[in-house]
Design a protein around this ligand. Sequence first.
Ligand SMILES: Nc1ncnc2c1ncn2[C@@H]1O[C@H](COP(=O)(O)OP(=O)(O)OP(=O)(O)O)[C@@H](O)[C@H]1O
Ligand SMILES: [Mg+2]
Length: 247
Amino acid sequence: MREPHVPGVRFEAVDKFFGAHQVLHDITLDIPRGLTTCIIGPSGSGKSTLLRCTNLLERPQRGKIFVEGTEITAPSTDLDALRTRIGMVFQHFNLFSHLSVLDNVTLALRKVRRMKRPEAEALALEQLDAVGLKGFERRRPSALSGGQQQRVAIARALAMKPEVMLFDEATSALDPELVKGILGVMRDLAASGITMLVVTHEMRFAREVAGQVVFMDQGRIVEHGPPDRLFDAPESPRLTHFLDQVL
Ligand SMILES: Nc1ncnc2c1ncn2[C@@H]1O[C@H](COP(=O)(O)OP(=O)(O)OP(=O)(O)O)[C@@H](O)[C@H]1O
Ligand SMILES: [Mg+2]
């Protein structure tokens, strides 16, 4: 049994620099297990960098990050193993264009999880079905719409049965009519009780789905709390100004 009070992700005094430029300042935050946390904030505020630190695509210079109680910033962390525990979906889908949809989803299952092909394919088909892509498994990514490609990317991440899902502006590159479908998939996922950390410009999604909203500006967490509190009663002038611009 996992301890119920251990957060899905914990950031403790995380600082990140690119050269001399400090882009994350003393980030201390708990991402509750089983809930969706949405990160909002202006461009360049460090949202993507924080997400990328969570699966060690970037390494913070100071501070610690824990996933379900295990410190991942420890030098001994096995990166391949870590990335099976944390699924990440980006704005651009990063699918392999020379592989079928099915092979895109099974690749990591076979190479990292060392599953046999039939077992990996059965799991992949189940995930593809769950994101609304039944019957698309033999296609190449180039024969899919952007929204369908993003569904493949989500299925690929979910197939690993991650403890945490990270989404970085997963709908930003999509045509407007496709956004709703992907937000629907993310909504269902949130309702399934997986821990999610979602960078988004979709304020309605954040308000309706998030258990916690985090507002970042200039590499700092300025405010965080339940969505109603942040959206209806922002405390800082910076958040008030940001909401005036985006709502
Ligand atoms: N690899 C890198 N090398 C140097 N600087 C970087 C690198 N990645 C990000 N930065 C800088 O770090 C800061 C934070 O960037 P980040 O991408 O995290 O912002 P963001 O909040 O995700 O912005 P956006 O909403 O535009 O995606 C910016 O000033 C950016 O220029
Ligand atoms: Mg970003």
